[in-house]
Every structure is written in C-alpha cells, then in structure tokens.
Write a protein that binds this ligand. Structure first.
Ligand code: PLP
Length: 339
C-alpha cells in the first residue's frame, strides 16, 4: 500500500475473508443453526487485524505516516497490538504498545517479535481501580513526548467499526438464506458498531446480540473484576451508541471457560476467551431463539494464547474449582453426529 497502490500488499492482503463454518456438534439437539466466523484465521490471529489495517492504511496511503519517521502508539490488551505490530513491521513504522499485567505474556512476546516496543503499566487508576485509564494517560504522554506520533485510539476511531462492516458483509454473503441473529463480543465496540450499522443501513432483519463481560461498564453497569482479557471494558468507549445492540448478554469468566472448553471438545476449535463468551451467550439465549433460525457468531481470536489460563487445568481449578462436569456434560438427547 503506497499513495499509488490502494491494495494491501503481502501478508496484509490476507486479512479478512475468514472461514464461516457451521457448528453442528456443540449441541446437536438445537432447533436452530449456528455458524462461526473464525477470525483466528487472520494472519495476526484475530479480528483486530482488520481494525489495525483500516486505522493505519489510510494514513500510510496519504503519506501522513512515514517509515523511519512516524511512531504509532496504542493501548491494547494484545490483539490490536499484534495487528498494529504486523502493519507497522510491514511498512517500517515504529510502534509502541502500552499494555497492563493482564495481557498475556505470549501476546507481548509476539508484538516484540514483530519489532514493537511494549510498555507495561503496573498501577491501577486510584478512582476506578482499573488499568485502562492509566494506559490511556500513558498513551497521551507518549503522543506528546514522541515527535510525529499517531494514536489510532481504537476506542473512538470511526475507522475501527468501518473495518467490521466488511466482517458483516462477509457473513451476510456467506449465508445467502439469511442471518437472524448475530452474536459479537464487545470491548471498543468496533465490531458491534460496524456489524450493526451494516445491517441497519440495509434494513436486514438481524437481531444484533452484544456479548459483554460481567464486570464490564460498556452497557452502564458498574465496573467489577474480570479475569479474561479481550471483551469488556472498564469505561464506556467513545464508539458506543445507544441502540447498536438489540440484546445484551453479560457472561462470567466461568461461562467463558466452559464455552471455550466445549468448543474445543465438541467442535475441535481452539479459540480465545471471548469466543467462549459468545458460545455461552448463545446457550443463555437458546430458549428464546426460534426453531429454524440462523445464528452467526463472531469468534474473535485463537486459543493458543490462552493455554496457560483457560486451557490450563491448574489455573482453572485455582479460580473455579473442578468444572470438568460442566463442559464435558452431554445433553441427554445429544448424539455424536455422523462424520
Ligand atoms: C479477543 C477479543 N474479543 C473481543 C474483542 C472486542 O472487540 P471490539 O473491540 O471490536 O469491541 C477484542 C478486542 O480487542 C478482543 O481482542
């Protein structure tokens, strides 16, 4: 991508067009169909590759971001950081990512391997007890201190949701018989807003379900402790708008773990925590979803980055006790579908 070349080059050209697969084994007794958009298939391993490319691409095209001179700074729990590190490495831009101690070590190692500088904030905000306000303050400092710096600001940048109009377009085109429900996890609200705006502008009869973390403040609840990074936020993001979601489902950390473990055991999909949240949200709403409906689930990232938490028996036991029966339990009418 240069001023004369609007097409993302090299590996960046493989962002998007992720597979959409039917989940038939999660609960074969279900009377509705469930399809999963596997965003782990993006080259950086998550749907945030889309946001990263959209937010930097235009500035690279117009020459506002200059290799060797410009610095990109951002606060990320990992996935956007990896997406940005990927775009910055490709174009030779300096990238500083501000994270907090909840960010998993593997994400930090991946960003560093892609040439990013990673800063970990260790203090929480005295007023809220959260890391996010401290991360944002550090970004503002870095933007001021570093010459020629650009802060994409995923929580308020309209190019973040813009990227996810394409996510929704791919889902709609992949399910030509129609989509009745869309389930997506929320943090910056980029995915929710991009998908919701795409369907509303076209008058598509899709019920948009936002999946948020118990302990997240996005939909007006008081912030509380959360273990699993990815979905949820301590403050309401600038991208939030009333009415984006038709329904909101709050999911606990335990629900996420059970959802992830079921997805791995039954569908052989090793996905991240928010994918487990989305799976759990469908289960929580299942009784209200009409027979014959089609549900699309955005599964944001891959599970390898959660091997030492969600997929680690010792970690799970320490936080939740023995939950094996919860994800191994088979519904009475569940049978193993034919291969
Ligand atoms: C794993 C994961 N799930 C869900 C989300 C939430 O997506 P959004 O920021 O588009 O609301 C993110 C955002 O970083 C994420 O990394």
């Amino acid at each position: 991508m240069t001023p004369s070349d609007p097409v993302p080059a090299g590996v960046l050209g493989t962002i998007g067009a992720t597979p959409l697969v039917e989940l038939t084994r999660l609960d074969p007794a279900r009377r509705f169909r469930t399809f999963a958009k596997l965003e782990a298939h993006n080259p950086g391993g998550s749907m945030k590759d889309r946001s990263a490319l959209e937010m930097l691409g235009e500035r690279i095209r117009t020459g506002e971001l200059v290799p060797g001179r410009s610095t990109v700074v951002e606060s990320s729990s990992g996935n956007l950081g990896i997406g940005l590190a990927q775009v910055c490495a490709y174009y030779g831009l300096r990238f500083i990512c501000v994270v907090d101690p909840r960010t998993n070590q593997q994400n930090i190692a991946i960003m560093r391997a892609l040439g990013a500088e990673v800063e970990v904030v260790r203090e929480t905000d005295p007023a809220t007890g959260e890391y996010l306000p401290v991360r944002i303050r550090r970004i503002q400092e870095l933007t001021t201190l570093t010459g020629h710096a650009y802060w994409p600001n995923q929580y308020a940048n309209p190019l973040n949701p813009q990227a996810h109009r394409r996510t929704m377009r791919e889902i709609v085109e992949g399910l030509p018989d129609g989509v009745d429900y869309l389930f997506c996890a929320t943090s910056s609200c980029g995915t929710l807003r991009g998908c919701a705006e795409y369907v509303r502008e076209r008058g598509l009869p899709v019920t948009v379900v936002a999946v948020d973390a118990a302990g997240s403040a996005i939909f007006g609840r008081p912030p509380g402790p959360r273990l699993i990074p990815g979905h949820g936020a301590a403050i309401r993001p600038g991208l939030y708008r009333d009415g984006l979601a038709d329904e909101v489902v709050h999911v606990t950390d335990l629900d996420c773990v059970v959802g992830c473990r079921r997805l791995a055991a039954r569908e052989a999909i090793l996905a991240g925590g928010s994918s487990g949240a989305v799976v759990a949200a469908v289960e929580l709403m299942a009784d209200r979803i009409p027979a014959g409906a089609t549900c699309a689930l955005v599964l944001p990232d891959r599970g390898e980055r959660y091997l030492d938490t969600i997929y680690d028996d010792e970690w799970v036991g320490r936080h939740f006790g023995d939950i094996t029966h919860q994800w191994k339990e088979q519904k009475s009418d569940m049978r193993v579908p034919a291969c």
